[in-house]
Write a protein that binds this ligand. Structure first.
Ligand code: SF4
Ligand code: SF4
Length: 351
């Protein structure tokens, strides 16, 4: 049933066919809704870059609600727990449905780590992810980063309260909810005095469980990478801390964008990787946070040592897949000239 309800790409006639809209039929019959993704995309910055990337890489974009319908339906997915134990998503879903999880944002004055840097292979990248906007402005924006921002805006935010895509929740008998209530939330996690800051894409519940959902450009192998698990788990812990409660389980879900229909017009579905966080992962998170903090604390307070470390790392690093490559190149020169690392960091970053 769900397969039939979630039809195909936007058929507005404009160049928006990379959006897989669930409301194809009303449009084809001439009843275009008042406010839909077709109108919204005209206001999304860098939408042309996203369009080009979709056509070049062969993927489409969904509204966030469509994922919740898939995940509440009959399709099963592997859930991986501690020690790589695999179980069935359907077994957990049973008669439950995914629902939006509503939370107020809070913020603090200082932080040390970003959730998104956890598990990264290069510790220098963590520092570069926290340079100030003023310093960053000296370098061209990375096209992939702009494409990612546009895809997130189109899928997880909305421009109008009457947005038709909210109504998709009705397909699984959940009251429609504005995307602002459960998407793109800023979260802060105080781990033993080390503050982490991050933005989660989507927060949901499934029965008593909390579901933390993030979109990624690539998922890599069959199961979720350590990097993504640590990032999403830190969001889950931030929410538990904020609410002063423990959920019976935290599901961490990552998804890539779906591919367009195949040559015979059959719709292809997004891929999901799902982890049920356990004690082993929690221990890994604890160690990762402490190690990262220690490295960056040392970098700031012993810059000679950091510069040696940085140069040594760069000898073996091609920088090919690194978003911060240009900043990294520049930073070495600045530190060699005798500048202080803290000069280039965001004001809120304090070690
Ligand atoms: S409802 Fe809007 S986004 Fe969906 S197919 Fe129609 S015009 Fe496109
Ligand atoms: S260019 Fe290499 S050394 Fe520099 S931050 Fe990127 S991955 Fe690390």
């Amino acid at each position: 049933m769900i397969k039939n309800q979630l039809k195909s790409c936007c058929n507005s006639g404009g160049d928006f066919s990379f959006y897989r809209c669930e409301f194809e039929h009303p449009c084809s019959l001439g009843h275009k809704p008042k406010s839909c993704a077709y109108d919204f995309q005209k206001t999304v910055p860098d939408i042309d870059l996203l369009r080009d990337d979709c056509y070049e890489q062969g993927y489409t974009v969904f509204g966030v609600e469509a994922h919740t319908v898939f995940l509440s339906g009959n399709i099963d997915f592997d859930v991986v727990g501690d020690n790589h134990a695999v179980s069935s998503w359907k077994k957990f879903v049973k008669n439950n449905k995914l629902k939006p999880f509503l939370i107020e944002e809070r913020s603090f004055n200082q932080f040390q780590l970003r959730s998104s840097e956890l598990g990264g292979t290069c510790p220098i990248e963590g520092i570069i992810s926290k340079v100030s906007d003023a310093y960053k402005a000296n370098f061209p924006e990375n096209t992939l980063a702009l494409v990612g921002t546009a895809a997130h805006a189109l899928g997880n935010t909305q421009h109008d309260n009457e947005y038709i895509h909210n109504e998709t929740w009705n397909l699984i008998d959940v009251d429609p909810v504005h995307r602002d209530c459960y998407c793109e939330k800023e979260l802060w996690y105080d781990h033993k005095g080390i503050m982490l800051r991050g933005h989660v894409d989507v927060l949901l519940t499934m029965g008593d469980y909390l579901v933390i959902f993030d979109f990624k450009r690539a998922l890599g192998g069959g199961y979720q990478s350590r990097k993504y698990k640590l990032q999403l788990l830190s969001y889950g812990k931030a929410i538990e801390q904020q609410l002063n409660k423990t959920f019976p389980g935290l599901f961490l879900i990552t998804s890539v964008r779906p591919y367009p229909p195949d040559k015979r017009g059959r719709k292809r579905f997004p891929r999901y990787q799902i982890t049920l966080a356990g004690d082993e992962l929690l221990k890994d998170l604890d160690e990762e946070i402490l190690n990262r903090f220690e490295f960056q604390h040392r970098a700031i307070h012993d810059q000679g040592d950091f510069l040696d470390n940085l140069k040594e790392r760069r000898e073996t690093c091609s920088g090919k897949h690194c978003f911060g490559r240009e900043i990294c190149n520049d930073l070495v020169g600045k530190l060699e000239e005798g500048h202080d690392l803290e000069e280039f960091l965001m004001e809120e970053v304090k070690f």
